[in-house]
Design a protein around this ligand. Structure first.
Ligand code: UDX
Ligand code: UDX
Length: 462
């Protein structure tokens, strides 16, 4: 029975995943390590509101397990030394330099972690890929471990994470399935069983799918590509709806009732964001290209192109509707996070829409219940579209939705936070410039009610 595990990377994936394993397996010591000391301090803070990530239900899990069998530390070497199973959950951003720039995954942190494990390990280890990785990364990790280590034996498993942010704790506790890929040798199968034994503490065995390593790695990319494809598909239909009088929400309901299609992931939007969809599809596209499959690469790339188009369409619609210019006009953003119930803003549609409007010299005031001004500036600076000063001149965060919308020419809803629905919309209307426009990028507001108040409402796909 495994008694000691560790995880390198205390981020959105590593933190919640290890917290749930620790809660469910009180007899296993779980240590989460990270190079970022501030992040580890935040995970250890006495005030559970100060955890580095916001995720419903996470604080309760941390409260139950932290200090008992869940530990957060910067002592990476000691944690590796003690652990029988090491999870790698470091970030794997899209490469922004050299070969594969803008497409392939940057595996430098994975490589660094592998070298660190090789250096420290004195006993046999099972190394688990949690980060989403291109197919056959396990081979690279294995080669580093086998050739730079101290002669100890390593088994590499792929155990991709399927949690979605905002629902991570529920997704982890009630997973549809757990996927574990490993070498189909006696040693590989034994390693798969060891990891399986951890999950069976709370996941029924029939939901644990065991495969070879490559199937597991490819399944993660494929799952995200299929999910994103559904969003791009419905968003493409939303453009037809706007020109034809059909209503995209009605179309989604009608097709989703077909059990072969299913109702989930058919919600039209201003475009999908998040750390995974774009990165993983780009990864898939890059893999197709390197495998000499350009038609397959083009097929999947279209999912991203449609997503870019949707963000542009939304921003262009704002500009056109506001009499072809937003220069000097105040546009209020409700929401900045890439989806509700998270403080994560990676690849959020909001920053791309802001970018397009700021190119037209709009003055944006953004309100998000969980995202602060520093993060918004970091996101805009990351795009490198204009100087940092210009970003700070054109974009401001507000801590109240009512003052964010005050004297605005238009409101754009970028995130589907529940609280937006119950605002005092009459009060918001009274304090806005007229005509008062609402561009609902998530189709969450009561459009009929808003129109009765006097708003001019533009929804997606209607
Ligand atoms: C990451 C990947 O982006 C994703 O592809 C994968 O599926 C899961 O892991 P996430 O947890 O959301 O997702 O990333 P992030 O929140 O950036 O956390 C990664 C952590 O690893 C950071 O806290 C970083 O400091 C840490 N890290 C990175 C290390 O501890 N060591 C390193 O060498 C590099
Ligand atoms: C996704 C996958 O769902 C998860 O399994 C994987 O492990 C990581 O990537 P995440 O990015 O956290 O999770 O969130 P998700 O709920 O999938 O949403 C991604 C984006 O798609 C968000 O911007 C969301 O608003 C958007 N979306 C989702 C839609 O526009 N319409 C939908 O119907 C669903």
């Amino acid at each position: 029975m495994v008694k000691n595990i560790c995880c390198i990377g205390a981020g959105y994936v590593g933190g919640p995943t290890m917290a749930v394993i620790a809660e469910m397996c009180p007899e296993i010591k779980v240590t989460v390590v990270d190079v970022n000391a501030n992040r580890i301090d935040a995970w250890n803070s006495a005030d559970l509101d100060k955890l580095p990530i916001y995720e419903p239900g996470l604080a309760e899990v941390v409260r139950a397990a932290r200090g008992r069998n869940l530990f957060f530390s910067t002592d990476i070497e000691n944690a590796i030394d003690e652990a029988e199973i090491i999870f790698m959950s470091v970030n794997t951003p899209t490469k922004n330099y050299g070969k594969g720039k803008g497409m392939g995954a940057d595996l430098k942190y994975i490589e660094l972690s592998a070298r660190q494990i090789a250096k420290v390990a004195k006993t046999d280890k099972i190394v688990v890929e949690k980060s989403t990785l291109p197919v056959r990364t396990a081979a690279a990790i294995k080669s580093i471990l086998d050739n730079t280590g101290n002669g100890v034996k390593f088994q590499i498993l792929s155990n991709p994470e399927f949690l979605a942010e905002g629902t991570a704790i529920n997704d982890l506790k009630n997973a549809d399935r757990v996927l574990i890929g490993g070498d189909q040798t006696d040693e590989g199968l034994a390693a798969i069983e060891k990891l399986t034994a951890i999950y069976v503490h709370w996941i029924p065995r029939h939901k644990i799918i065991q495969t070879n390593v490559w199937s597991s790695e490819l399944s993660k990319l494929t799952a995200n590509a299929f999910l994103a494809q559904r969003i791009s598909s419905i968003n493409s239909i939303s453009a037809i709806c706007e020109k034809s009088g059909a209503d995209v929400d009605e179309v989604a309901r009608a097709i989703g009732a077909d059990s072969r299609i299913g109702a989930k992931f058919l919600k039209t939007s201003v475009g999908f964001g998040g750390s995974c969809f774009q990165k993983d599809i780009l990864n898939l596209v890059y893999i197709c290209k390197t495998l000499g499959l350009p038609e397959v690469a083009d097929y999947w790339e279209q999912v991203i192109l449609m997503n870019d188009y949707q963000k542009h369409r939304f921003a262009d619609n704002i500009i056109t509707t506001l009499y072809n210019t937003v220069s000097g006009k105040k546009i209020a953003f409700l929401g900045w996070a890439f989806k509700k119930d998270t403080n994560d803003t990676r690849e959020t549609a909001a920053m791309y829409v802001a970018d397009i409007l700021m190119n037209d010299l709009a003055e944006i005031t953004a309100y998000d219940p969980k995202v602060n001004q520093e993060q918004m500036y970091a996101d805009m600076d990351y795009l490198h579209s204009r100087t940092e000063d210009e970003n700070r001149k054109l974009l401001k965060a507000d801590t109240s939705p009512y003052s964010a919308c005050k004297s605005a020419h238009a409101i754009a809803v970028l995130t589907e936070w529940d609280e937006f629905i119950s605002y005092d919309w009459q009060r918001i209307y009274d304090n806005m410039m007229k005509p008062a426009f609402v561009f609902d990028g998530r189709n969450i507001l009561d459009h009929k009610k808003l129109r009765e108040i006097g708003f001019k409402v533009r929804a997606i796909g209607k």
